[in-house]
Design a protein around this ligand. Structure first.
Ligand SMILES: *Cc1c(COP(=O)(O)O)cnc(C)c1O
Length: 404
């Protein structure tokens, strides 16, 4: 059992700053806003050193001082390895290096594992026995898996056109999964309104404070993998925005504990043209995003018409001098093929969207060819539908000259 060494102090309303006790399970603040986890960063600074990392396992738990779980026995883990940062020189737009952070290696095949291992660990520590969530697929799969391991009952609601593989994966992992004739925000309403009748804990994106902390580890890992510096630009496929908000939080915590003093990256929120509420709000100079009507895209993980943390996403993008950008499904599919053919990495559509956005931003000048960039492949490509194969050979009459 690793020593309990979290420096978590309290939870804080992201708008008003009122405080909450992390010993109890919380959803939103009194004002209905996301809660953020706060740490004694002076304590971390005095007690946590970069050299301490050398002796620790290459999992996200190596950053435990900056994570909320207080006791080793509360950790619910399936082996959340540090994911590789893969140089992809064939995708470069110029002199700047580009990388793909390959999150498909995580348990359940997506980066949702980072957030859900943290949320489920904290929920169990707070005595939660039943948990519920709306999902476009990957979050539900991760929740079902960690809940099973923690002995917690899970109720999961998906839009009925969620990829079949995700729905079946959730059921196979022991989650009780329902198909809903609506989008993820409609599923979210079912979870919210069922709280009293069902006595479940609502684990929706940002309505629970610890998924951000898990996703924050992407930022911690990036800093460590870059030798305690950071790239010029980070392109992040943005749905609920947990990862973008979490990484921005991580960079500030690293500054405050004195581990980095480089320029922070420009954060780029990538969305699909068929569901781009954050891009619209960014372009309109708005603080909040309007709900996107008739949302549709092949990139199911970023089909989020309304995000409760919209203002936190927009704030991070603006503070970092970044931008929000939409790419259409044709560009996403083309990008996916190009990454696979040139670099051998089969990305998920959401991950491919970040490369499509990189290309588009190079063309319109918002990213310069000399800038270094990190793109995220957030889930295993093989979890998504792939183009069918029709070529065949018949036994006994193989004509090799015709194989091409
Ligand atoms: C959830 C998800 C996203 C969006 O992540 P957020 O941090 O919630 O914005 C992107 N891609 C995939 C594959 C996902 O499952």
């Amino acid at each position: 059992m690793p020593p309990p060494s979290s420096f978590l102090t309290h939870l804080e309303c992201s708008v008003h700053g009122d405080r909450y006790d992390p010993a109890e399970a919380h959803n939103l603040s009194k004002a209905g806003k996301p809660l953020l986890a706060c740490y004694d960063l002076d304590g971390v600074r005095g007690n946590f050193t970069k050299s301490a990392l050398k002796e620790r396992d290459a999992t996200l738990w190596r950053y435990r001082e900056l994570l909320p779980v207080r006791a080793g026995r509360d950790i619910v883990s399936l082996g959340e390895i540090m994911t590789p940062l893969i140089a992809t020189p064939a995708l470069r737009g110029g002199g700047g290096e580009v990388f793909i952070k390959d999150e498909s290696r995580l348990p359940t095949g997506s980066f949702k594992a980072r957030g859900l291992c943290m949320a489920v660990s904290m929920a169990r520590a707070c005595g939660v026995r039943r948990i519920a969530m709306p999902t476009n697929g990957n979050a539900g799969a991760a929740l079902a898996a960690y809940a099973a391991r923690a002995g917690i009952e899970s109720f999961i609601f998906c839009p009925q056109d969620t990829p079949q593989i995700n729905i079946r994966e959730i059921a196979a992992s022991g989650g009780k999964v329902w198909l809903v004739n609506g989008l993820i925000n409609d599923c979210g309403r079912i979870v919210g309104e069922g709280r009293e009748a069902m006595g479940w804990f609502d684990c929706s994106t940002l309505k629970e404070p610890y998924r951000i902390e898990g996703k924050k580890t992407m930022g911690l890992e990036l800093a460590e993998q870059f030798g305690w510096t950071l790239p010029d630009v980070i392109l992040y496929p943005t749905g609920g925005g947990t990862g973008l908000i979490g990484m921005w939080k991580a960079f500030h915590e690293l500054q405050k504990i004195g581990w980095i003093d480089c320029k922070l990256p420009r954060m780029v929120a990538v969305q699909a043209a068929g569901c781009a509420p954050i891009v619209k709000a960014f372009e309109d100079n708005a603080e909040h995003a309007e709900t996107w009507r008739d949302a549709r895209t092949v990139a199911a993980g970023i089909r989020v018409p309304a995000a409760i943390g919209d203002f936190l996403i927009l704030r991070a993008v603006r503070e970092s001098n970044g931008f929000a950008i939409a790419v259409d499904d044709g560009a996403i599919i083309h990008a996916r093929e190009e990454i696979a053919h040139k670099e051998g990495l089969l990305a998920c559509p959401e991950g491919a969207a970040t490369y499509a956005a990189y290309r588009k931003a190079l063309e319109d000048g918002r990213i310069e060819p000399r800038e270094s960039a990190v793109m995220f492949n957030c889930a295993a490509g093989a979890k998504y539908e792939l183009p069918p194969v029709t070529r065949s050979v018949t036994l006994g009459e193989v004509d090799y000259r015709k194989l091409r």
